[in-house]
Ligand binder design. Structure first.
Ligand code: CP
Length: 300
């Protein structure tokens, strides 16, 4: 009897042992390339919002498996421009029988409902403000490479948390891994429902943490009447040379990208040896390859 389909839309229902197996598979694929088992199959990458890292790393992962990639990039030149709905577009691509669908879309798409209608694995590649599970997995994979054991570590997330799908997935994952999250940012950037640790002053948060993840100031998701400006944010919450001292020598720096230079991060932080931004991007390929292989039914 065929096994259940493996999709990844949220991390809510993933068990700690399943997450451990994702990490181990990605680590194995980094040490030794996997077999080209995907020959003759394709993976559809449907990106209805802009992306650089996620789209290209899924595409790179597809190549590493030996699959072709069917790419829809921000839907330009497609029948969406003629009024076709997002759901109809996805169902039509699914009718071409790719081995898996990788989808980035806004909150208006019901990805969970879509998964029930389709008989192929679906991967959330960034879904509105709801979640970005593969990003959270690759971020913790990156930290695991530095720390070994993640349990008991403290991660400070700084900035535009309320609009961040990355942070939403970090919240889901951190508890399962035994990582404590602290938040720091202007009041209007933090979720009102947050009951965990939060810091008014960036320096205090950095001194508390073992690693800091800065988030992009999502200018496009804020009301025009947002009082806080770019320069005020930079002065109070931007990572700079003082932050490098506050963080301590063993503290790691992450950012999921894209970075607003001179807003969340100054040049000296971006080029600091503790900054893992490009390491995150590299780990993203292995993590996404591990997840796609699992979706295609491979035992790793
Ligand atoms: N981190 C991330 O999702 O980057 P992209 O938007 O470039 O994919």
């Amino acid at each position: 009897m065929p096994g259940a389909l493996f999709s990844l839309i949220t991390l809510k229902n993933s068990s700690p042992s399943e997450i451990e197996s994702f990490f181990q598979s990605a680590e194995k694929l980094q040490q030794q390339p996997g077999a080209l088992t995907g020959s003759g199959r394709s993976i559809a990458l449907l990106f209805f919002e802009p992306s650089t890292r996620t789209r290209l790393s899924f595409e790179s992962a597809a190549h590493r498996i030996g699959c072709g990639a069917l790419v829809m990039d921000v839907a330009q030149g497609t029948s969406l421009e003629k009024g076709e709905t997002l759901e109809d577009t996805i169902l039509n691509v699914a009718a071409m029988k790719p081995a898996a669908l990788v989808i980035r879309a806004g909150d208006d798409l019901d990805m969970s409902l879509l998964a029930q209608k389709l008989s192929m694995p679906i991967f959330n590649a960034g879904w509105g403000m709801r979640g970005h599970p593969t990003q959270a997995l690759l971020d913790f994979l990156t930290l695991r490479k530095q720390w070994g054991d993640l349990a008991g570590k403290k991660l400070l997330i700084v900035g535009d948390v309320k609009h961040s799908r990355v942070a939403a997935s970090h919240f889901e994952l951190a508890t399962k891994l035994g990582v404590e999250i602290g938040l720091c940012g202007p009041k209007e950037f933090l979720p009102q429902s947050w009951l965990g640790k939060s810091f008014v002053r960036l320096s205090e948060g950095l001194q508390w943490s073992d690693a800091v993840m800065a988030l992009r100031f999502q200018f496009e998701r804020h009301d025009k009447d947002l009082v806080l400006g770019r320069e005020q944010f930079r002065a109070e919450y931007g990572l700079n040379s003082q932050s490098l001292k506050d963080l301590g020598e063993k503290g790691w720096i992450l950012h999921p990208g894209p970075v607003n230079h001179g807003v969340e991060i100054e040049t000296e932080v971006f080029s600091d040896a503790r900054c893992l931004i490009f390491e995150q991007v590299e780990q993203g390929v292995y993590m996404r390859e591990a997840l796609l292989r699992r979706g295609l039914g491979e035992q790793l």
